[in-house]
Design a protein around this ligand. Structure first.
Ligand SMILES: [Zn+2]
Length: 221
């Protein structure tokens, strides 16, 4: 089956808070996740989770039913036979009974620059700022020179080129990464270098057209 490979760069426009409280040795409430070399990372699990959610939204918007994890009654059934194939989303991202065809890897920020960003705690019910809730959130510093990257962020064997196009469309629909989104963190642009079956795959006009046609066929079947 043809190989899909995607190099992904996430370029923060604001600071990105990639969660994980409970770390010690920092003043911040929410610390940045780091790899073994102390480099900030965007964890593979977050990329996978966000991308699955984004692709579900696109597929549903095209009128194709998909299952709705994690509710067990609303996910693809255990019997994923030829006569009972998984939904379009589970066929890519897997289900409790069906391995994902995709592998995700952490994105790594090569630079060690970081900023302690003062945050204001808002008591949401009353909508007022309370001084005692003043806290600090450790984030990656904004700036175009900083980015999260992995040349092999997503890899896997995909039967159809349109599956690769769906993944690209999903990625481009995600505007915010990391936690603390309500505080305006995590806005980012991204850059994808995708290859499928040794071809460069781009979500240009032709790519968008092919994806739309494929989704129409998927409704019909
Ligand atoms: Zn499913």
């Amino acid at each position: 089956m043809p190989l899909f490979q995607l190099g992904l760069t996430i370029m923060p426009e604001t600071g990105v808070s990639v969660g994980g409280s409970g770390h010690t040795g920092t003043r911040a409430d929410n610390t940045i996740l780091r790899d073994g070399q102390e480099r900030p990372i965007m964890p593979a699990s977050q990329v996978k989770g966000r991308l699955r959610h984004a692709c579900e939204a696109l597929v549903r918007a095209a009128g194709i039913p998909t299952c709705r994890p994690p509710n067990p009654e609303q996910v693809c059934p255990q019997d994923l036979s030829i006569t009972n194939p998984p939904c379009l989303i589970c066929s890519l991202f897997g289900s409790p009974w069906h391995a994902s065809v995709l592998q995700f890897q952490d994105l790594v920020q090569e630079s060690l620059f970081e900023a302690i960003r003062p945050g204001i705690g808002v008591e949401r019910r009353r909508g007022i700022v309370q001084e005692r809730l003043l806290f600090l959130t450790e984030t990656t510093a904004p700036g175009s020179e900083l980015f999260f990257y992995n040349a092999q962020a997503i890899t896997g064997n995909l039967a159809a080129k349109e599956q690769a196009l769906l993944l690209l469309a999903g990625l481009h629909s995600i505007r915010q990464w990391g936690g603390a989104k309500s505080r305006g963190l995590g806005w980012a642009t991204l850059d994808c270098e995708a290859r499928w079956n040794d071809q460069i795959i781009e979500l240009d006009q032709d790519g968008k057209g092919e994806l739309a046609e494929w989704l129409k066929t998927a409704i019909a079947s």
